[in-house]
Unconditional design. Structure first.
Lengths: 149, 362
């Protein structure tokens, strides 16, 4: 009998669920959201790339030695390990903004799978070039020294 | 002796949450024998942890072993890694780990209870339990920043601090939850419809439970006092935080429900004690050492004893990581407890085991 009256009373109660797309759901102020990057503060130590568990951060490098930061929000697990490892405060930070859905035009999976090895290769190419230049300079220096003698 | 029939349940079945296969041999609708196959979701996580990921990254990988007891896996791995690194973590980090583990236990137990109600044919109670469970998810989101994957324990401590306003809010929400929990206990204990399906179903006695090495609420419902929180004090100070053993005698689905509900009171007490007596201090112990040697850690996950073994060789990558999840220990008991039960009560019995197959198969 009690449950019968409960059932009647429940008809007049407000629903417990939230009408999600029309009403916002609960979100804390320090929600673990998208990772932000400040290029001006970065010291390019690449520590965030080394600690990232899923490999969502990668730095590419052109032949002049300038590094570019790449980040994939679909690979990121939002653990904040990059922020904790960063030696320069504010260079990489976590926002409270949830990640938006990826669009087909972004090509977020295949594009990233292509970009990641290319970025690593570009760094290796720069390192090889640097090594070659250093070797050339050393050779030239040695030649000049022998000529002087 | 009637004719026997074999009835397969799973790996995809409407009453199963997980890919689990049971083969019941029934005689006049009575189960006389059950077989289980649990390895449907093997993902090779142990191998990945020992080859692809560095030891500090592994704590985020093992968090993905299970969605419900994510924090238990992360904490157990962090503890085993700390043993290998031979470091002691700050006391504040220990208390914060206990806080999140107990909140996780609340939401995991309520989920299990709701599914027992649903599989017993009491859909309204399922919805009510899920409604009351929502507060624990919001608390976890407020404390850890995410609803499911907390990533709270890291090697050496915890990843974020508990803010004072979040602590006050947690205590307030727990206070609001207490009358709701009393209401749930009343329904699960005294509801006549539910007791028809749950009392006497899936019973296992204490001797059988001990012989088959059953762990967690499944064992405690049979009167077997196994709880890692009662046994170890060196890693997390459970007794200091107010842990009490919860035991029932009958070992059936009804007893398991009551063990889970009464454990929630203990969890709430631990959370209140932790927040009220939270020690000051650092969150993380920094170290530059590499894991070396062998270590073993046991931790009480919501489903029972979680076991971690790790071996390091002074490099960034571990040599071996072994995970034994509570459901793996329970499989033998699960198969045994079906015997001499009606086939109709099998869904409720399966739900009352609270099986977690992605933990078991890893």
């Amino acid at each position: 009998m009690k449950s019968f009256f409960n059932a009647i009373a429940n008809l007049f109660k407000k629903p417990v669920t939230t009408q999600y797309p029309f009403q916002p759901t609960y979100k804390p102020d320090d929600y673990r959201g998208l990772i932000g990057f400040n290029e001006d503060l970065c010291i390019w130590c690449r520590r965030c790339e080394a600690v990232c568990p899923p490999g969502a951060i990668v730095f590419s490098q052109d032949m002049e030695g300038k590094q570019t930061y790449h980040y994939n929000r679909a690979v990121c697990i939002y653990c904040g390990e990059c922020v904790r490892s960063c030696p320069k405060e504010g260079a990489i930070f976590q926002t409270a903004e949830p990640a938006p859905c990826a669009l087909k035009a972004e090509n977020i999976n295949n594009g990233w799978n292509k970009l990641f090895p290319e970025a690593i290769q570009s760094r290796e190419a720069f390192a090889a070039e640097k090594k070659r230049k250093a070797a050339e300079a050393a050779k030239a220096k040695a030649e000049t020294e022998t000529k002087q003698q | 002796m009637g004719k026997t029939y074999e009835i397969p349940v799973g790996a995809q079945h409407i009453s199963l949450l997980e890919p689990l296969h049971f083969k019941f041999t029934t005689e006049n609708e009575r189960i006389i024998k059950a077989d289980a196959n649990v390895y449907y979701v093997h993902r090779g996580i142990e191998q990945a942890c020992c080859s692809k990921f560095k030891f500090r990254q592994v704590s985020f990988v093992v968090g993905r072993v299970c969605g419900l007891c994510s924090i238990s896996h992360t904490t157990a791995y962090s503890q085993v890694a700390e043993k290998l690194l031979k470091i002691e973590i700050p006391k504040r980090a220990k208390y914060l780990r206990m806080l999140v583990i107990e909140l996780d236990r609340i939401h995991s137990h309520l989920l299990c209870l709701s599914h027992v109600a649903e599989n017993s044919g009491f859909e309204a109670l399922f919805m009510k339990t899920m409604q009351y469970r929502e507060f624990s998810m919001e608390l976890l989101e407020g404390i850890c920043g995410n609803r499911i994957q907390y990533d709270y324990s890291i090697v050496g401590g915890v990843s974020r601090d508990l803010k004072p306003e979040v602590a006050d809010w947690t205590l307030k929400r727990l206070k609001e939850f207490m009358p709701q929990l009393d209401e749930l206990l009343d329904i699960y204990q005294n509801n006549w419809t539910l007791s028809l399906k749950n009392k006497g179903a899936g019973a296992i006695d204490k001797e059988t439970a001990l012989r088959l090495n059953v762990v967690g609420p499944f064992a405690r419902a049979a009167g077997l006092a196994v709880d890692v929180r009662n046994e170890t004090e060196d890693l997390l100070p459970w007794k200091e935080a107010g842990f009490e053993m919860v035991l029932e005698k009958t070992g059936d689905v009804y007893a398991r429900n009551l063990v889970r509900l009464r454990e929630l009171y203990v969890s709430i007490k631990i959370i209140q004690n932790v927040i009220n007596g939270l020690p000051e201090g650092a969150l993380v112990t920094e170290t530059k050492a590499f894991p070396d040697g062998e270590a073993v850690v046991r931790l009480e996950a919501p489903r029972g004893e979680l076991f971690y073994y790790a071996k390091g060789n002074k490099t960034q990558v571990l040599e071996r990581l072994k995970i034994k999840a509570p459901t793996f220990s329970n499989v033998a008991g699960m198969v045994e407890a079906f015997n001499n039960n009606e086939y109709g009560s099998a869904p409720a019995i399966i739900a009352s085991y609270d099986p977690c197959l992605s933990c078991t198969a890893r």
